[in-house]
Write a protein that binds this ligand. Structure first.
Ligand code: GAR
Length: 207
């Protein structure tokens, strides 16, 4: 299965996908494109270090949001990707791309949806909100992407305990390592193996 990975930052989730392809867990998966929302994303270095084609399509470079949406869509179509993986991609995708790749876009979110998600809840922010609320478990969610932030069908979730001495940064690191980098490759494999279907807006996982 050919995938396009969309990134905005460090790219630890991209690295986890690359590592799982190399280890054979994602043997049938090929990253045909890394698309970044900005040219400062370290994920671009990870792509070039691994010989993966990459590009930057920044909304700031387009006068009109529809033109930017079309440019993103064109890049994905050119690449031949069958699945778009949002791996720390912090722009809201355009309507055209979401509709054209309906049920073929997944996202990793660093909290247990439907808590601590939605507009403005990205990066370190969900972890700060988790600690401020005093909840005792948090984690990560992989879900399909629709036109609203973090509202598409949930594919996989994984939780960790929140510790009394956690800082937002320590919690973020633990969730990235123990949750995100585990369930994102697992979800890609399940989709590649044809084990995920959607019925009435619910993802059914036949593992
Ligand atoms: C990850 O924690 C990811 O879950 C989060 O951004 C980080 C990117 O890290 N995504 C969101 O907050 C999306 N709402 P990475 O660039 O090292 O993979």
């Amino acid at each position: 299965m050919k995938i396009a990975v969309f990134v905005s930052g460090g790219g630890t989730n991209l690295q986890a996908i690359i590592d799982n392809i190399k280890s054979g867990y994602l043997a049938d998966v090929e990253i045909v494109l890394v698309l970044a929302s900005n040219n400062g994303a370290y994920a671009l270095t990870r792509a070039s270090d691994n010989g993966i084609p990459s590009c930057v399509v920044s909304v700031k470079d387009y006068a009109d949001k529809d033109d930017w949406d079309q440019a993103v869509l064109d890049k994905v179509k050119e690449s031949g990707a069958e699945l778009i993986v949002l791996a720390g991609y912090l722009s809201l995708l355009g309507t055209k791309t979401v509709r054209e790749y309906s049920n073929r876009i997944i996202n990793i979110h660093p909290a247990l949806i439907p808590s601590f998600c939605g507009a403005g809840m990205y990066g370190i922010r969900p972890h700060k909100a988790v600690l401020a609320r005093g909840v005792k478990v948090s984690g990560a969610t992989v879900h399909f992407v629709n036109e609203n932030y973090d509202e598409g069908p949930i594919i996989l979730q994984k939780a960790v305990d929140v510790r009394p001495d956690d800082t937002p940064e320590s919690l973020q690191q633990r969730i990235m390592k123990e949750c995100e980098q585990v369930i994102l490759p697992r979800a890609i494999r399940l989709i590649a193996d044809g084990k995920v279907t959607i019925e009435n807006n619910i993802a059914i996982v036949n593992s």
